[in-house]
Design a protein around this ligand. Structure first.
Ligand SMILES: Nc1ncnc2c1ncn2[C@@H]1O[C@H](COP(=O)(O)OP(=O)(O)OP(=O)(O)O)[C@@H](O)[C@H]1O
Length: 238
């Protein structure tokens, strides 16, 4: 994947399947957004992206918050997720479906509000509700938790995992919080300068060595009383 002469993604090969959450990690500029956008078919690229078994369902892509501020209400915005199914008159069932998607994210109360009046985190959740409304087979999410408070991060990542488990969705999520990724993702894929440098189960991938090589950080691995591994940065190496 190139921007002019700059190669943003190269030597990346992986597969992922419905039912799992794959977290895409890597420093700023390592190619996560570019890879997601290429996988979503939004950017030209070399190599091959193959989606098998979508069975008429689509792929939902949530970009990093672009600050979209339209004069639409939240409900109208979510309904747009069903654009292909909507006629000139919106059926009651479509409204019910849109409200259900908002409810799922705990934000049904925002339905009548204007999108442009929401906080960044609320707006991200609305766009996610819009994607859910379209009932995709796969979700590609670019830093969906970056504007969310701790509780909403926890809830959202939990929801993504449930969607994967219960509905067989494939979820690929670019995220900076390594510990959140380790807690909620089945697998991690780590990019550095456009290359895939590690992939596998969180406990296998997140090591002090990876922290040093990819992030230039000295880190300790702590194990919580319930057995969860947590990476704790202690010093910058360069
Ligand atoms: N529109 C663009 N034009 C030129 N170069 C770009 C463009 N978008 C991204 N790049 C470059 O491509 C590389 C990968 O960027 P990308 O946005 O994919 O990284 P990222 O891992 O998503 O970063 P971040 O964590 O900061 O969101 C970077 O070097 C970036 O400067």
């Amino acid at each position: 994947m190139r921007y002019g002469a700059h190669r943003a993604v190269r030597e990346v090969s992986f597969s992922a399947r419905g039912g799992e959450v794959l977290a895409l990690l890597g420093p700023n500029g390592s190619g996560k957004s570019s890879l997601l956008r290429a996988a979503a078919g939004l950017l030209r690229h070399e190599g091959r992206v193959a989606w098998d078994g979508l069975a008429g369902k689509g792929i939902g892509f949530l970009p990093q918050d672009n600050g979209a501020r339209t004069a639409l209400t939240v409900l109208e915005t979510v309904l747009l997720g069903r654009l292909r199914a909507l006629g000139m008159r919106v059926a009651e069932a479509e409204v019910t479906r849109a409200i259900a998607a908002l409810d799922r994210l705990g934000i049904a109360g925002l339905a009548p509000r204007l999108l442009g009046e929401l906080s960044g985190g609320q707006r991200q959740m609305v766009f996610l509700a819009q994607l859910l409304c379209a009932e995709p087979a796969a979700l590609l999410l670019d830093e969906p938790t970056s504007a969310l408070d701790l509780r909403n991060q926890f809830e959202l990542l939990g929801l993504l995992r449930r969607l994967a488990r219960e509905h067989g969705l494939l979820v690929i999520v670019a995220i900076h919080d390594l510990n959140a990724a380790a807690a909620f993702a089945d697998r991690l894929a780590v990019l550095r300068e456009g290359r895939l440098v590690a992939t596998g189960a969180p406990d296998f991938v997140l090591t002090p060595r990876l922290m040093a090589e990819v992030y230039g950080l000295e880190a300790e691995v702590c194990v919580s009383p319930t057995g969860r591994r947590v990476m704790l940065p202690v010093a910058a190496l360069r």
